[in-house]
Design a protein around this ligand. Structure first.
Ligand SMILES: N=c1c2ncn([C@@H]3O[C@H](COP(=O)(O)OP(=O)(O)OP(=O)(O)O)[C@@H](O)[C@H]3O)c2ncn1[C@@H]1O[C@H](COP(=O)(O)O)[C@@H](O)[C@H]1O
Length: 109
């Protein structure tokens, strides 16, 4: 797993016992799953809007920023549900080299 994801997962875990007054992640954990899912919805929408504005050869930093927000909040969701981010990375690894069409056909079996 990438170093930054490993470190971030550790911090998110530690924040479960931190004060909501001192930590954004602790505040999200304290508000619960629905709030976290609401944030993912918001960030997904912001990512889509940023992607629609990207033009070839022009600055795309807004899209990078919004995608980071989306990935970050998705990691908070996994952490909140006690799911190791390695499970997602392992699933991507399992699919690696497998055609998307083939993988989809296998799903329907
Ligand atoms: N990677 C991030 C990260 N990405 C985005 N964000 C926060 O996610 C929020 C998303 O933006 P919004 O404009 O929707 O936020 P907002 O208006 O404050 O949110 P709401 O009040 O509407 O819920 C912002 O507050 C960002 O600061 C993050 N907050 C924390 N991290 C990581 O998590 C670690 C722990 O953070 P704390 O728990 O705050 O110490 C940090 O050291 C970082 O590594």
């Amino acid at each position: 797993m990438s170093d930054v994801l490993t470190s971030l997962q550790q911090v998110l875990e530690e924040r479960k016992s931190a004060s909501p007054d001192s930590s954004y992640v602790a505040k999200l954990h304290s508000k619960g799953l629905n709030k976290i899912l609401e944030k993912i919805g918001e960030e997904a929408t912001e990512t889509i809007l940023a992607a629609k504005d990207v033009e070839p050869g022009k600055d795309h930093s807004d899209l990078v920023y919004e995608t980071a927000d989306l990935w970050f909040h998705s990691m908070v969701m996994l952490s909140h549900l006690n799911i190791d981010v390695n499970e997602v990375l392992n699933e991507l690894e399992r699919r690696f080299g497998l055609s998307g069409l083939e993988e989809k056909a296998n799903r329907n079996k």
